[in-house]
Design a protein around this ligand. Structure first.
Ligand SMILES: *[C@@H]1O[C@H](CO)[C@@H](O)[C@H](O)[C@H]1NC(C)=O
Ligand SMILES: *[C@@H]1O[C@H](CO)[C@@H](O)[C@H](O)[C@H]1NC(C)=O
Ligand SMILES: *[C@@H]1O[C@H](CO)[C@@H](O)[C@H](O)[C@H]1NC(C)=O
Ligand SMILES: *[C@@H]1O[C@H](CO)[C@@H](O)[C@H](O)[C@H]1NC(C)=O
Ligand SMILES: *[C@@H]1O[C@H](CO)[C@@H](O)[C@H](O)[C@H]1NC(C)=O
Ligand SMILES: *[C@@H]1O[C@H](CO)[C@@H](O)[C@H](O)[C@H]1NC(C)=O
Ligand SMILES: *[C@@H]1O[C@H](CO)[C@@H](O)[C@H](O)[C@H]1NC(C)=O
Ligand SMILES: *[C@@H]1O[C@H](CO)[C@@H](O)[C@H](O)[C@H]1NC(C)=O
Ligand SMILES: CC(=O)N[C@H]1CO[C@H](CO)[C@@H](O)[C@@H]1O
Length: 321
């Protein structure tokens, strides 16, 4: 995704191995996509393809899992109802043209472009109709043109191979991911308010930068618009990395007070996100367990929300460029 101003899409660049001791001495640097060299961009794309070709670890638990890439998609799917409201992201897209010309969508050194237009205006199975949508079909350019998404749509673990779809809405992106939206979120006085500004609501008018990244790329029917199966789209990880980057940035405006500031319901669409009526919930605390479905290495120290508050603590060791 893009941006003229500051960072937008971010990715993981391996600089150093995490040290065995608890101190984070040489953090891995996560850089914005366009600051990578062409070779690094190709290396990232090839790493995604590599994950698609490697054997899965969770195929015994979930029928549709076929690759290491799918392990991560399914972990998101099964956790969606519990964890989905914790963070945010953003890209600074200040005009519609900027979005479409982003190097992130480059057919060789990026993730490829949009799907062919499908008119979905009368479809009743679309959760929100996104104004200005321009696609909806299988993507036909770029390194993922033939990528197979193995599970979904929705919370369905059955093997269901299909093409990767995108449904860009440059207008929606310009309204949800621009600098004013991001700056407003970053001015939140505490995490509870920050989270609300990152999540927004469930209507077009109330959307902010978390849903803006999903629905701006995924529109009505693109894969990344699917609440559950969105990680079937490789761009999901760049988007969510940026959500994490902005959370970390917000924390560091007042580190001592924000290092341990967490809140929000234990279940999605509960207060204050109870748009479809009240649901039983409690507010999470630092002791809230995080479920990684056994995918963590035995060395990982991340067990609870509290363990993951600092991107340079408890075995985490990275920073944003
Ligand atoms: C999904 O997660 C729940 C809660 O962690 C767990 O009980 C359930 O076994 C998981 N489903 C599968 C298919 O593993
Ligand atoms: C989509 O179809 C509806 C009728 O179902 C029509 O009114 C609308 O103009 C069409 N949109 C486009 C962009 O073709
Ligand atoms: C949604 O509805 C449209 C139009 O009725 C249909 O073509 C499409 O297959 C449906 N999609 C899903 C995922 O059910
Ligand atoms: C996708 O698959 C089709 C048919 O198998 C092939 O012609 C095309 O070159 C492939 N595209 C890419 C980008 O790999
Ligand atoms: C789950 O997906 C499979 C394969 O696409 C489909 O046959 C089945 O009807 C789906 N189940 C539900 C509950 O939608
Ligand atoms: C940014 O988005 C808001 C709506 O969220 C809109 O009012 C404002 O005009 C947008 N700014 C630009 C420069 O497009
Ligand atoms: C969240 O807490 C409520 C109230 O204790 C409980 O009923 C609900 O099952 C919890 N949800 C999850 C996903 O654990
Ligand atoms: C959760 O936190 C919010 C914000 O502080 C508060 O308004 C709400 O009453 C809390 N809910 C519960 C069940 O404690
Ligand atoms: C670090 C960073 O990228 N910050 C940017 C986040 O977005 C706001 C609003 O677009 C920019 O003002 C910041 O420069």
């Amino acid at each position: 995704m893009h941006t003229g101003t500051a960072a937008s899409l971010i990715l993981l660049l391996v600089a150093h191995i995490i040290p065995a001791a608890c101190d984070c001495i040489n953090p891995i640097v996560r850089q914005e996509w366009r600051t990578l060299s062409k070779q690094e961009q190709l290396a990232y794309i090839n790493a995604v393809k590599c994950l698609k070709s490697q054997p899965a670890q969770l195929s015994k638990s979930y029928e549709g899992v076929r690759s290491r890439f799918d392990d991560y998609q399914v972990t998101h799917m099964n956790n969606t109802d519990y964890i989905h409201w914790v963070v945010n992201w953003s890209l600074d897209v200040n005009t519609e043209a900027e979005f479409l010309s982003s190097p992130v969508f480059d057919p060789v050194y990026g993730f490829g472009g949009n799907g062919a237009y499908i008119n979905t205006s009368s479809w009743t199975n679309v959760s929100i109709h996104i104004p200005g949508k321009t696609g909806g079909g299988c993507i036909s350019t770029g390194p993922f043109a033939n990528l197979t998404v193995n599970m979904g749509p929705g919370l369905n673990f059955t093997y269901n191979p299909r093409c990767l779809t995108r449904d860009f809405s440059p207008w929606f992106v310009s309204q949800t991911l621009n600098s004013s939206v991001v700056n407003w979120a970053l001015k939140a006085p505490n995490f509870y308010e920050f989270d609300r500004r990152v999540e927004g609501g469930v209507t077009v008018a109330d959307a902010t930068y978390h849903s803006g990244g999903h629905k701006g790329i995924g529109g009505d029917i693109g894969e990344i618009s699917d609440l559950y199966s969105s990680p079937g789209e490789p761009l999901f990880y760049l988007h969510h990395c940026n959500v994490d980057r902005l959370w970390n940035l917000w924390q560091h405006f007042d580190w001592l007070n924000r290092k341990y500031d967490i809140s929000g319901p234990n279940t999605s669409y509960a207060y204050p996100y109870d748009f479809f009526g009240p649901k039983p919930y409690y507010n999470i605390t630092l002791n809230y367990p995080m479920d990684f479905q056994g995918l963590l290495t035995t060395k990982s120290q991340i067990r609870t929300t509290g363990d993951a508050m600092d991107i340079q603590g408890n075995g985490l060791c990275y920073k944003y460029a």
